[in-house]
Design a protein around this ligand. Structure first.
Ligand SMILES: *Cc1c(COP(=O)(O)O)cnc(C)c1O
Length: 378
């Protein structure tokens, strides 16, 4: 049996290598390495797929968040709501722009922003200007109540969709939208291990309004809003390279098949582990589809770390996303406001463990993983 990887990118590329190499070779010969038709072709293709009017490629998912925040014209000290239970990038960009992160807890069931805290938080912080709901592990945050709250309090919404590209949110009237296209702006990452990954760094920003698109395009291009060498605002240099755009053009045509393969592995795991009392398998919420960027268990008997060591002793990798919620991190703990309970985030950091999840797991490998897990708990 091949060694089990957390994310097996070498197995995945074997299937598409000839197409990828051909595309890279074509781009090398074209001399269009920065901007140009390969980038616009990918942006158009992604905009069709995700049904966002505008898509702008940029250098990575963290830049995408930063540029989206910059487009809102906030002032230093303005407050931005963000879950404490997320990857650091979601909060990092807030602090970096001298804005103030206000941490909100997440639901134990969905791992996403706890909408029942929104009213309390806006009583405590009356002047929140923006919020960054994160679609963690591959399913949507509960956007309908978030949008209603945002409208009432004039809060701009940036969706961090680095982990849920291809997932959809279902509104109570039955209509659906792709994650990342629901708020004012959405962002994603093409980091290699993301569900739509390139072989290097990349990111994108989604929006449906022409004025916001002009703003983010200008910010990514050194603040040139209308004319070359006229820098209307302070911007950054953040671009998706043509080579990555070309690679992503090919990988996007496989995204649905990759998602199907992740779902297949997830339901295999769930069926095989559901009966174990000490394990809670991931729940799909009624309002969302799930694309399983991560397959994350909760271990309820307090033996999470012991379980991880056991897996490792059988060469089964696993990851703790995340070992510490952001409000307990050295760089962010000063932002902790104890009027807002972040108890769920703290508890999750003790309970969660993510199993190997990728598009190319063999039957032997997945059976081996289950056999060992059952041996530990049953
Ligand atoms: C990966 C990730 C990012 C950052 O993306 P990079 O491309 O690595 O900068 C941001 N937010 C979340 C939730 C992520 O998982």
């Amino acid at each position: 049996m091949k060694p089990i990887q957390m994310v097996d990118l070498t197995a995945q590329i074997e299937d598409i290598k000839p197409q990828i190499l051909e595309k890279i070779s074509e781009i090398l010969s074209s001399s269009h390495y920065i901007k140009g038709n390969y980038v616009s072709e990918f942006q158009d293709q992604l905009s069709q797929y995700i049904q966002s009017k505008y898509v702008l490629g940029c250098a990575n998912g963290t830049d995408a968040l930063q540029v989206a925040l910059m487009a809102l014209n906030l002032k230093p000290g303005d407050k931005v709501l963000v879950p404490s239970w997320t990857y650091v990038a979601s909060a990092e960009v807030i602090a970096l722009l001298q804005l103030k992160p206000v941490f909100i807890d997440v639901c134990m069931k969905s791992f996403n922003l706890d909408v029942s805290q929104l009213d309390l938080i806006s009583e405590i912080h009356r002047d929140i200007k923006a919020a960054i709901p994160v679609h963690l592990y591959g399913q949507s945050a509960d956007m309908e109540p978030i949008l209603a709250w945002a409208k009432e309090h004039h809060v701009a919404i940036i969706e961090d969709n680095a982990q849920a590209i291809g997932a959809k949110y279902r509104f109570s009237n039955g209509s659906e939208k792709f994650c990342g296209t629901i708020g004012d702006l959405g962002t994603t990452s093409f980091f290699p291990s993301k569900n739509l990954g390139t072989y290097g760094d990349g990111g994108a920003i989604f929006c449906n309004k022409a004025d916001l698109f002009q703003q983010i395009s200008g910010i990514c291009d050194h603040g040139q809003l209308s004319q070359k060498y006229i820098h209307d605002i302070v911007g950054v240099n953040s671009r998706l390279d043509a080579i990555h755009a070309g690679i992503l053009t090919i990988k996007l045509t496989h995204l649905d098949e990759y998602i199907a393969s992740r779902r297949n592995l997830a339901s295999f795991y769930t069926n095989a582990l559901n009966d174990i009392d000490a394990i809670l398998t991931p729940q799909t919420m009624d309002y969302s589809s799930h694309v399983y960027h991560q397959y994350t268990l909760k271990i309820l008997d307090g033996r999470r770390d012991e379980f991880q060591k056991f897996l490792l002793s059988h060469q089964i990798p696993s990851m703790i996303y995340y070992p510490k919620p952001l409000h307990q991190q050295p760089a962010y703990h000063t932002e902790y406001d104890d009027r807002i309970s972040l108890a769920n985030s703290e508890q999750l950091s003790q309970e969660v463990i993510s199993l190997p999840m990728h598009t190319h797991m063999s039957d032997d490998q997945r059976n081996f993983i289950i056999e060992k897990i059952r041996k530990f708990f049953v």
